[in-house]
Design a protein around this ligand. Structure first.
Ligand SMILES: Cc1cc2nc3c(=O)[nH]c(=O)nc-3n(C[C@H](O)[C@H](O)[C@H](O)COP(=O)(O)OP(=O)(O)OC[C@H]3O[C@@H](n4cnc5c(N)ncnc54)[C@H](O)[C@@H]3O)c2cc1C
Length: 314
């Protein structure tokens, strides 16, 4: 069978990867989007803060994106998991979990991240339903309601102060986190409660809806929404294998270093979306993917100019 060399293989078919594919497809590039199909926000029934798609299904957005890409005959979206990459531009080999090997001139890693939730019983079941990470994504729906902020570090004082903008019934559950005196004073000054007793579990009603938080001493505190700070873990084994430079992120974890167009330290390899930054919401991921798609096309054009000059000089 003849071996295809794709112009670009995009690892990940979320908002970032599909946006990049759109730019590349419109530039008549041969593009393969390889997607495991587990976008980060798949737990959420509705997506917010995305202009033109506010309060719609995040999965419907991706389905529409895939349908739009069908117009571009150079683009293919396939299920698959990339496990490793070798080589250098313009000849990368990508290894898939099923043992298949694929060739590409450029790589874009848009594989998102995993949220490692605090180990509190009952929390996982509420993820995306009654428990959330982002005030801008899910805060409005909790306005004027009883909001619990389950702190795992002092960084969540900021999250609690953002939530206070939406409700005057906010409680921080310190859950063992050291809250500096100044931060604690700032919380109390704005009427935010601080609960220092240890948390035992997140409690649901008989229909599975969030009911509240149970403390170690058995007290149950009713809550309508919980905001947490999961540890972000980028899906980046391919980037690590390629030796892409990474740096510690203020929100935790180590993330690949990219320039404004998504270029990593490895020539020919780009990255976009949550794999580069845990704060990247859907509009950010779309913008980053779109920029990376355009930058990769420009890079390929430069390579083609060099090749044409070499051919004409020969
Ligand atoms: C509960 C929750 C609710 C959220 N709500 C909102 C909201 O309302 N509004 C908003 O703007 N943002 C929201 N977000 C953030 C949103 O999920 C991210 O901004 C968005 O998913 C980032 O897009 P991405 O393309 O970078 O990554 P993803 O959407 O996560 O897509 C990455 C894709 O790559 C695939 N993949 C991973 N590894 C591999 C591999 N090795 N090979 C092949 N494929 C791979 C994944 O399976 C996935 O399909 C929410 C997040 C959570 C957790």
């Amino acid at each position: 069978m003849q071996q295809t060399t794709w112009d670009v293989i995009i690892i990940g078919g979320g908002s970032a990867g599909l946006s990049a594919a759109l730019m590349l497809g419109r530039s008549r590039r041969r593009v393969l989007v390889l997607d495991e199909g587990l976008p980060r926000n798949r737990f959420a029934g509705h997506m917010h803060g995305v202009l033109g798609r506010d309060h719609t299904s995040p999965l419907a957005l991706l389905a529409d994106g895939r349908a739009e890409l069908e117009r571009y005959d150079g683009v293919e979206v396939q299920p698959g998991i990339a496990v490793a990459a070798h080589g250098a531009a313009p000849a990368f080999t990508l290894e898939l979990a099923d043992g298949e090997h694929l060739q590409a001139r450029r790589l874009l890693v848009a594989s998102g991240l995993r949220d490692a939730l605090p180990a509190v019983p009952g929390l996982t079941e509420q993820w995306g339903r009654g428990a959330f990470v982002c005030p801008y994504c899910d805060g409005w729906e909790a306005r004027d309601r009883r909001i619990a902020v389950l702190a795992t570090s002092a960084a969540q004082v900021h999250q609690a102060q953002l939530m206070r903008q939406l409700s005057d019934r906010v409680t921080v559950f310190a859950h063992g986190a050291e809250l500096p005196d100044e931060a604690r004073a700032g919380l109390l000054a704005r009427g935010i409660g601080v609960e220092d007793r240890p948390v035992a579990a997140v409690v649901a009603d008989e229909r599975g809806a969030l009911r509240g938080i149970r403390l170690d001493d058995g007290t149950e505190i009713a809550s309508d929404a919980i905001f947490v700070g999961p540890a972000p873990e980028p899906n980046d084994p391919v980037l690590r294998e390629l030796g892409a430079e990474r740096t510690a992120h203020p929100m935790g974890g180590e993330f690949v270093v990219v320039d404004a167009m998504g270029r990593t330290s490895v020539p020919g390899v780009w990255a976009a979306g949550n794999v580069t930054d845990p704060r990247s919401s859907v509009p950010f991921a779309m913008a980053a993917g779109s920029m990376a798609g355009a930058a990769i096309n420009a890079d390929l054009v430069e390579e083609e100019v060099r090749a044409a000059l070499a051919a004409s000089a020969a």
